[in-house]
Design a protein around this ligand. Structure first.
Ligand code: T4K
Length: 393
């Protein structure tokens, strides 16, 4: 573990008392990318003029077709957010009992199970990839296990084939939480059509956003039909409810934002890629910190700038985060402490941590840095300067 320095000497500490932080306005992780603003506003005018605001409107229909075509899947069922999309996918697949998930993910992955009376069973990750370790998944299978949710963390694909082999061997359902992976590929094929289905988030903070939004994407016709019904209270036509359901519908304005952003997604990725390369260069040579790399042979949105702090770096991750925050650079400790350390899981499954040594270690070392089209020009240099001061370089 990192040995913390007692007195941190950041640019803030070195500054004259009362001097302002490096940035007057906060620099956020998760600042939304806004694509073609004029195209979005034109669509909003049309929506308002049409008096059709939600419930399977034409803009949502167009959005679903555009996403399905982009990902190369048969069905895209758009939802109000990624969490509801996960819940509906889990229910449509008939999962129950126990489902194996990583703890090293956003808590929505676990909550989507627990919310419907299913026990999330946390399996450890591979510390190199931050994704599920298939051997750890095998160790967590019990007679009550009905499924596995792989998460493509940071947009890098989960170990799809090994997880599929485990699922096939044990008769389990396999789905993927692809909230981070819009635009990513696995062996050159777009994330979206692996497992029985995949679930996307189009939240404002994602590389590609529809303000709020999510989707279930699948090649399975029956699952798509069940998912569509569940999204709309189980209605099939007027007055005819044939399924239990909820309200998971995406609204027209969100679809308009999604369509406007889809047109500029490639330029967002290009900007992220440049920022990522600039981070790698600016932080190079600083003692024992590294920026997570993306496989150049695969597509990735380069949205997540994941900084990992090693034992030889003289400050802890928390000290680094605090030093950056003092400069108004609001970095995030995603996904510390891991789902197993959050409620209700911490109290319900106090022994879960014994099976998660890599998760616990990585959770103490990672900080996510700001990125996106609005990133201030001098932010990367300022972050590197703080890191160098802490490193004593
Ligand atoms: N699975 C995974 C693996 C996920 O990462 C997520 C969502 C889900 C499932 C569930 O999908 P959704 O149901 O959300 O569609 C944020 C997002 O709310 C959440 O969507 C995302 N993952 C998660 C990683 O990050 P918080 O609690 O960190 O949000 P918050 O309010 O602290 O905002 C994050 C940062 O973004 C802040 O620095 C402020 C900035 N921000 C945020 C918004 C909304 C802006 O600058 N402008 C904005 O409009 O969860």
């Amino acid at each position: 573990m990192n040995s913390g320095v007692k007195a941190i000497r950041t640019p803030r500490d070195l500054a004259i008392n009362g001097a302002p932080p490096a940035f007057a306005e906060p620099i956020h992780v998760g600042r939304p990318n806004i694509g073609d603003r004029a195209a979005f506003l034109r669509r909003v005018e049309t929506i308002v003029d049409s008096h059709w605001l939600t419930n399977h409107g034409p803009t949502v229909g167009e959005f679903e077709q555009a996403i399905a075509a982009y990902l190369g899947v048969r069905h895209c069922i758009a939802m109000c957010n990624g969490t509801i999309a996960l819940e509906i996918a889990i229910r449509a697949l008939g999962l129950h009992g126990e489902v194996i998930v990583p703890s090293w993910t956003f808590v929505a992955t676990a909550h989507a199970l627990y919310w419907q009376g299913i026990t999330p069973v946390f399996a450890d990750i591979d510390p190199q990839t931050h994704n599920l370790d298939p051997d750890a998944v095998r160790r967590m299978i019990t007679p009550r296990t009905t499924g596995i949710i792989g998460v493509h963390l940071w947009g890098r694909s989960a170990p799809i084939e090994p997880l599929q082999a485990i699922a096939d061997e044990h008769g389990l359902k396999l789905l993927f939480d692809a909230a981070h992976a819009f635009g990513s590929t696995h062996n050159g094929r777009r994330i979206g059509s692996f497992g029985t289905c995949e679930v996307l988030s189009f939240h404002a903070t994602k590389a590609f956003n529809s303000m709020e939004g999510g989707a279930v994407v699948t090649d399975d016709d029956e699952l798509a039909e069940a998912t569509r019904l569940m999204r709309n209270f189980g209605f099939k036509g007027y007055d005819n409810v044939i399924h239990p359901g909820t309200n998971g519908k995406m609204i027209e304005v969100c679809a308009a934002m999604g369509l406007a952003n889809l047109g500029s997604f490639e330029s967002v990725v290009a900007s992220n890629r440049r920022n990522h390369a600039a981070y790698v260069e600016a932080l190079a040579g600083i003692r024992d910190i590294s920026v997570m790399a993306y496989d150049p042979a695969e597509s990735n949105s380069h949205h997540y700038i994941v900084l990992e702090i090693g034992d030889a770096f003289p400050a802890t991750r928390d000290e680094l985060a605090a030093a950056l925050q003092a400069e108004n650079i609001l970095v995030r400790k995603y996904f510390w402490p891991g789902c197993h350390g959050m409620q209700p899981y911490r109290d319900l499954f106090p022994h879960a941590r014994l099976m998660l040594p890599h998760t616990i270690d990585i959770a103490s070392r990672v900080v996510v840095l700001p990125n996106g089209t609005t990133l201030a020009d001098d932010a990367i240099a300022a972050i590197a300067a703080v890191c160098r001061v802490l490193a004593g370089a």
